[in-house]
Design a binder for this molecule. Structure first.
Ligand code: SF4
Ligand code: SF4
Length: 154
């Protein structure tokens, strides 16, 4: 088994809690999965992702339309931080960079910090690009019809 190059991989070397704010931001893969509406199964506690996205999400680039002011614009948007990521782990997708590092896993090869850009992630369909729509106008009672099968969560 190949050992990670811990010199260049700050996420291995330092762990989540020791990252500075720039490193923390860099770690996000920009997949957009956490910007999708999710349904929680009250019996099992499992989360199911839907193809319905926050209305601020650019559904092609997967970027937030107002990242700096996101929590003011969308009160239910969770700003992931070193103080709260533990609580978010149950519903973050298994591919999420924060979740992987928290679990002691390396970043996947397609992650921009390893691949040198986000093209590989989009090319392999690992982001929400082109796969989701805005939730505006859709009744919450109908969200069940939009549940995705390809998101690997807990
Ligand atoms: S799921 Fe994780 S890695 Fe992907 S955009 Fe959200 S916070 Fe970033
Ligand atoms: S406000 Fe931005 S970061 Fe927050 S859920 Fe919406 S698109 Fe995602």
């Amino acid at each position: 088994m190949t050992q990670p190059n811990t010199e260049s991989k700050f996420w291995w070397r330092q762990g989540l809690d020791a990252l500075n704010s720039d490193q923390w931001e860099q770690l996000c893969d920009g997949c957009g999965l956490c910007c999708l509406h999710k349904l929680e199964d009250e019996e099992t506690g499992e989360y199911h992702y839907t193809s319905l996205a926050c209305d601020l999400l650019n559904t092609t680039s997967c970027e937030c339309g107002d990242y700096e002011n996101r929590t003011e614009r969308v009160p239910e948007c969770l700003k992931l931080t070193q103080q709260n990521y533990h609580q978010a782990l149950p519903w973050l997708p298994n591919s999420c960079a924060y979740k992987r590092v928290a679990q002691g896993l390396d970043l996947p090869r397609w992650h921009h910090l390893r691949a040198g850009g986000k093209a590989l992630m989009h090319k392999h369909g690992l982001s929400v690009s082109g796969k989701v729509q805005h939730a505006a106008g859709i009744d919450e009672d109908d969200y069940q019809e939009y549940v995705l099968q390809w998101v690997d969560g807990e």
